[in-house]
Design a protein around this ligand. Structure first.
Ligand code: X8Z
Ligand code: ZN
Length: 604
């Protein structure tokens, strides 16, 4: 999700107390301030967003210069506003205005102190890091150069351990030079967080969840404990199957999994090795969306249209013409762009919505398109709100809705849109373990990764992890949470975390953890409410206007209320829980436990 901090409201609220003279003038001052913020957001926001769009779409010396400069000015201005917002701390105001003031004080990811030079230095670093990733390329001694997409073409598809190792290692060269810049960025960012009244960046990042940060972190850990047995069962089975295929030398039966053998550059999704881990691979019972996309010769835009159609089927309004005109769907051949998929809300007042994605014609990207459109339709649903309330109920909500709908890509749905026929749908439904396995290799596998990534960052922010053990701690945590190890010993000369977009891109990652838990809670609630009684994986909300209404009206709240209120609207509960994901995968868990019966599971 991309947008520069949004801004605020004109609504006049009557407070419950009778204000004294002094309060009245302070209240008037507050109204004037909030109106100014809204006006500025409406005027300047779209221009800054355009500069940012250009800098990500055309990575050049000049575009980076412009965005670094805009970034500095914008951040300094936002800091000034945060300071002014704090001056109303003691004033008795409505809940709505208090929320707006809090948003002004907390909407920072990497704040500098209120200092021109440090702000400029920080902006330069953050801009450069993102460009280094976006333009990342590694050339081997034979003179052949590869960018991320070229390396991924190997990692995602090859079954040759040497080739895989070369591709994995090649891509992880690009982040070496990021390390000192990253450390300096954290140093400045921590000072900035401190100036805003936080202990450090970690304190700032985790204080945005309408509860004290330590309570929130306990919640995330509690849910992980619930989901862990499912992950461990999957890990055990996948390891045994990879061991069968590759032998002890490549994948041992007792050690953690080597990251380069998992069909994904970061080992965060294992769906590309589905055929190795699920015994029925040769039968037609498994729907292969990549094959269907190829056979039907679908274009990148066709793929986006199918996703749009899903949202429209449940009651969303079609996307504006400008979405189709201004988005980037295909990787340009003649220039460097940040290919990592993103959704943009450039000019809320004019509904200028776009995605930027180098779409590949395969199943993985078909799913990612739904994810991105989840962001886009969220923007569309809340863009009527004051700019300060234009945001997800929390950042996990923003990531969850597109993913939620992908749970509805059932065989029955695929038959409805004519991707498969009745016989294929029946076969696929019968082989529900295959179906759940495919989902789990993405949806369950990502969970410990999505939790550990920010735990590692928090360690740096708090100073528990230093430049001397940056890489070591990264792999230590990956081993503990995911049971994954690097192909070989990695020294501190490497900065392996920097080879993942969200580290140089400074995108908090706990949002994906929340999304991957909440999406099942949403799915279960929406399915049950529509009277569905079967297995959760058979339920599709395609065409279900009641479910759509729930989603749209929740989205329309934006971030105007605590996330728990929005959560309750859909699920009837105010708490995260691992129960829904466990029920969704219950048949798979039973199957995995049988398969794992005589295996040794777990890792050191
Ligand atoms: O970054 C993304 C989206 C954009 S918000 C494509 N995701 C995470 C990732 O790629 O690591 C979606 C899944 C997790
Ligand atoms: Zn996203």
């Amino acid at each position: 999700m991309k947008k520069f901090i949004s801004i605020l409201s004109i609504v006049v609220i009557v407070t419950s107390c009778v204000p004294s003279g002094e309060q009245t003038s302070k209240l008037e001052e507050l109204d004037i301030f909030l109106n100014e913020v809204e006006k500025q957001n409406l005027e300047l926001g779209p221009v800054i967003s355009s500069a940012s769009w250009i800098s990500s779409n055309f990575i050049t010396y000049d575009s980076q210069k412009v965005i670094a400069d805009y970034g500095t000015r914008y951040t300094l201005d936002a800091l000034e506003k945060a300071r002014r917002a704090s001056s109303f701390d003691e004033l008795e105001v409505s809940d709505e205005k208090r929320r707006m003031l809090n948003i002004l004080k907390t909407s920072f990811v990497m704040p500098p102190p209120l200092d021109d030079e440090l702000a400029a230095e920080l902006s330069k670093i953050t801009t450069s890091l993102e460009a280094m990733y976006g333009g990342g390329e590694h050339c081997f001694e034979d003179g052949n150069c590869y960018d991320l997409e070229a390396f991924e073409a190997i990692i995602d598809n090859s079954r040759n351990p040497e080739e895989l190792l070369r591709a994995w290692s090649g891509w992880h060269e690009i982040s070496k030079p990021m390390k000192p810049m990253y450390m300096r960025m954290v140093e400045i960012g921590n000072q900035g967080a401190n100036d805003l009244g936080y202990q450090n960046l970690s304190d700032l990042w985790f204080s945005k969840y309408d509860m004290p940060s330590d309570e929130f972190l306990m919640e995330t850990d509690r849910v992980w404990e619930e989901v862990k047995p499912l992950y461990e069962a999957l890990h055990c089975h996948v390891r045994a199957k990879l061991n069968e295929h590759y032998g002890d030398e490549i994948v041992s039966n007792s050690n953690p999994l080597p990251v380069h053998m998992l069909g994904n550059m970061w080992g965060q999704s294992w769906s590309n090795i589905y055929d190795l881990v699920y015994p029925k691979q040769d039968e037609i019972s498994t729907v292969n969306l990549t094959k269907i996309i190829e056979e039907r010769n679908l274009s990148e835009i066709d793929m986006v249209e199918y996703a749009e159609d899903f949202f429209i089927s449940i009651g969303f309004e079609a996307l504006p013409e400008t979405f189709w005109e201004r988005s980037l769907f295909v990787k340009p051949v003649d220039r460097s762009v940040v290919c990592h998929a993103s959704a943009w809300n450039l000019d809320p007042a004019n509904n200028d919505l776009r995605i930027k994605m180098c779409i590949e014609k395969n199943e993985e990207d078909f799913i990612t398109i739904h994810h991105e459109l989840g962001h886009i339709f969220y923007y569309q649903a809340y863009n009527h709100l004051p700019t300060l309330f234009q945001g997800g109920a929390n950042d996990g909500f923003h990531e969850a809705f597109g993913d939620l709908l992908t749970l509805s890509i059932t065989p029955e749905y695929l038959k409805k849109i004519d991707f498969i026929n009745q016989e294929e749908a029946d076969l696929a439904e019968e082989d529900f373990i295959g179906l759940l396995m495919k989902q789990a290799l993405e949806g369950v596998v990502i969970i410990p990764w999505a939790l550990m990534l920010d735990k590692w960052r928090a360690g740096i922010f708090k100073g528990d992890i230093t430049e001397d053990n940056l890489n070591e701690s990264w792999w230590e945590m990956r081993k503990n949470y995911q049971g994954i190890v690097p192909p070989s010993e990695r020294s501190e000369a490497y900065f392996d975390a920097g080879a993942k977009y969200h580290i140089p891109g400074n995108t908090p990652y706990t949002r994906y953890y929340l999304a991957r838990i909440m999406q099942y809670q949403f799915h279960e609630a929406l399915c049950k409410e529509s009277g569905f009684e079967g297995y959760l994986h058979e339920c599709s909300v395609y065409g279900n206007k009641d479910a759509g209404e729930k989603i749209i009206s929740t989205m329309a709240i934006g971030q105007s209320l605590p996330w728990q209120d929005a959560f309750e609207k859909i699920t009837g509960s105010r708490e995260l829980s691992g129960e829904s994901i466990l029920s969704y995968y219950a048949p798979l868990k039973t199957w995995l436990d049988e398969q794992n019966q005589n295996r040794t599971c777990g890792w050191e």
